[in-house]
Design a protein around this ligand. Sequence first.
Ligand SMILES: Nc1ncnc2c1ncn2[C@@H]1O[C@H](COP(=O)(O)OP(=O)(O)OP(=O)(O)O)[C@@H](O)[C@H]1O
Ligand SMILES: O=C(O)c1ccc[n+]([C@@H]2O[C@H](COP(=O)([O-])O)[C@@H](O)[C@H]2O)c1
Length: 201
Amino acid sequence: MRVALFGGSFDPVHEGHLAAAVLARQALDLDRVILIPAGSTATRPGPKAQAVASAAHRLAMLRLLCEGRPWLEVSDAECRPGASPFAVDTLALFHRTLPAGTDIVLLIGSDKLALLPRWHGIDAIRASARIVALDRPGHPLDAAPPWVERLGGPLPDLSSTQIRARLAAGGPLDGLCPSAVISYLMTEQPYARPGPAARFA
Ligand SMILES: Nc1ncnc2c1ncn2[C@@H]1O[C@H](COP(=O)(O)OP(=O)(O)OP(=O)(O)O)[C@@H](O)[C@H]1O
Ligand SMILES: O=C(O)c1ccc[n+]([C@@H]2O[C@H](COP(=O)([O-])O)[C@@H](O)[C@H]2O)c1
C-alpha cells in the first residue's frame, strides 16, 4: 500500500489543496491521502505562526471535503491535545499504525522547500519517507533539494490567506473552495470576529 501524508494549516482548505491531493493520488498511484491539519504554532515562524480558525473548525471542513472521496482522509495527529507539531513524529506515528510494508510519501508545496532542510529530524524524515514537492504557482520546483521528488503542475494559484481576505470582503468563494466547505464557512463562520457579547459569553 502507498499512503501520502499531506500536512498544513488548512486555514481554510481550498481548491488548491484538493487539486494537489487529486494530482498526487493519480501521479504517484496512491491508495490513500491523509490530510493532517497542524495544531501548534511551533513549526511556523513569523506572522503566520498561529492558525486563525480553531483546530475543530479546520478539522470539520476537512472532514466535509473527504465525504464521497474514500481515498481521502483527515487525521488529528498534529492537532489533538498534546500532539507533537513535528513531521518526524507524525511519520513515526503513521509507521507504527499503518499496515507493515506501507510506503509513506510526504507531500509538500514548493513554497515550503526553502525551510525543509531545517525541519526537525530531517535525516530521519528522509530515511523513512519519499518526499514529493507539489508545483505551487510562483514557487519553482527548481528550488527542491536533489533528495526531493518533483511533481509537475499545473495547480491553481490559490492560498488560504487569499480565501480569508475574500471572506472578510464579503466576496463570493465559488471555485475557490469546495462547495461543502463554502457552506460551512457561511453557516459556522469560523473566521467571524467575536462581538462584545460573544467575547464575554
Ligand atoms: N495552490 C497550491 N498548490 C500547491 N500546493 C499548495 C497550494 N496551496 C497550498 N499548498 C500546499 O499545501 C500545504 C498546506 O498549505 P497551507 O495549509 O499552509 O495553505 P496555504 O494556502 O499555503 O496557506 P497560506 O495562505 O498561509 O500560504 C503546504 O505544503 C502548501 O505548500
Ligand atoms: O517538522 C518540522 O520541523 C516542520 C517544520 C515546518 C513544517 N512542518 C510540517 O508542515 C506542516 C505545516 O505546514 P504549514 O502549512 O502550517 O506551514 C505540518 O504538517 C508540519 O508537520 C514540519
